[in-house]
Design a protein around this ligand. Structure first.
Ligand code: SF4
Length: 237
């Protein structure tokens, strides 16, 4: 690995310190690996420095092929298995039978319903026996994320939430990825800075907000999927 600039190295050390402290404090800690650029950084920090933290991913059934390819590369690079959670088949069939295969385009309510079945409910199972979870969200990612803390109580899921990259910039994330030659989602090279499900993610133009390609037909204030609800993200510090 090439030498990191001292400011970035300080942030790396801080993030590792947070992860180690979380494991010591809470014992049962899991990382929700969304397979975005931030997530490959945290995966690297955990696998190399804090391997006692479990790593899981949610496969919604609508992920781009490139995302699944990245999952396989991570498992190979770190000689590990990421725990993958899937939507409950009965709930998903009922939702699709009632609303249609692409109902998420029809209304915010139906979109959130799809996110609930495909993401929120599996997340609850993934977090069920844990004391803390780790995410890759950063303050500058969206208007809904500007006030997140490094460590905060997650009222919705009733456990501690760690955001070790909260103060990292996008440039710093990519500087780390390049310096460590980490695998990353091939869609990032096609102007997809933020990647979710295939039908709900598009590429963005120069100068657009990094999350402009997520649920692009919706108002920015509504653009959370239920994993990081805006009400909990905007708590006063
Ligand atoms: S991002 Fe789109 S396809 Fe994925 S769970 Fe949410 S609404 Fe459904």
């Amino acid at each position: 690995m090439t030498q990191l600039e001292s400011a970035l190295q300080a942030k790396v050390d801080h993030s590792i310190g947070l992860l180690k402290e979380a494991l010591e404090t809470y014992g049962e800690v899991t990382f929700a690996n969304s397979l975005g650029a931030e997530d490959v950084v945290i995966t690297d920090l955990i696998c190399r420095h804090v391997p006692g933290i479990e790593i899981f991913s949610l496969d919604t059934g609508r992920l781009p092929e490139e995302t699944l390819q990245l999952l396989a590369k991570i498992e190979q690079r770190y000689d590990t298995k990421v725990k993958v959670y899937y939507p409950d088949a009965t709930q998903l069939e009922a939702y699709v039978h009632q609303n249609g295969i692409n109902a998420f385009y029809q209304s915010v309510e139906l979109r959130k319903g799809c996110c609930h079945v495909r993401k929120v409910e599996p997340l609850k199972r993934a977090l069920a026996d844990k004391k803390a979870w780790v995410t890759g969200i950063r303050r500058e990612q969206a208007v809904t994320r500007g006030t997140i803390e490094f460590s905060e109580w997650d009222e919705g899921n009733q456990l501690q939430k760690l955001n070790p990259l909260a103060d990292w910039s996008e440039k710093e994330v990519w500087a780390y990825i390049k310096a460590c030659e980490l695998p990353y989602n091939a869609l990032h090279d096609q102007h997809y800075p933020s990647i979710g499900c295939a039908p709900c993610t598009r590429s963005i133009a120069m100068g657009e907000d990094v999350r402009a390609g997520r649920w692009w037909w919706e108002n920015p204030e509504l653009k959370e999927c239920g994993l990081h609800p805006a009400s909990s993200l905007n708590k006063p510090s």
